[in-house]
Design a protein. Structure first.
Length: 144
């Protein structure tokens, strides 16, 4: 098990390969998330500023919850602060709009197809370049 330094508090913790913060900071972040979620349940369509003032959770953390798809901006007025990182149009959650997500997925798919074809071509070329035992035997037979 690896030992890492928490990105928030700097304390050492047993890294599980998944979380980059210690259990204490993760619990604190989860408590903040629950505060925001509960507040929005009672007060839908609140602004990020209002949620921040009422819950004490930092605006950046609220935006992080939205970007991480833990909150959907439909229940909160994101004040047009959340934009697609690729094309810049306003989005409700995550990092990319639906069309950019699809383009990225399609791009990854075509990249995988190109890599697969390239590997197959390399294998074929390797097979053509290799001298097999049968070829050596034929060559030796011709010399005799």
């Amino acid at each position: 098990m690896d030992i890492k330094s928490c990105l928030k508090c700097g304390k050492l913790f047993a890294y599980d390969g998944k979380h980059k913060i210690c259990d204490v900071c993760r619990k604190s972040e989860e408590d903040d998330y629950q505060k925001v979620k509960d507040y929005l349940w009672e007060n839908p369509k609140s602004t990020i500023t209002k949620v921040h003032e009422e819950t004490g959770v930092e605006k950046e953390k609220i935006l992080k919850f939205i970007k991480d798809d833990r909150l959907i901006a439909d229940g909160i007025d994101a004040e047009n602060l959340l934009e697609c990182e690729r094309c810049g149009i306003p989005i409700m959650s995550g990092r990319y709009c639906v069309s950019c997500q699809q383009e990225l997925i399609d791009g990854f798919g075509s990249g995988l197809s190109k890599n697969k074809k390239k590997k197959e071509d390399e294998k074929k070329k390797d097979a053509e370049d290799r001298m097999f035992i049968v070829d050596r035997m034929k060559k030796n037979d011709r010399r005799k």
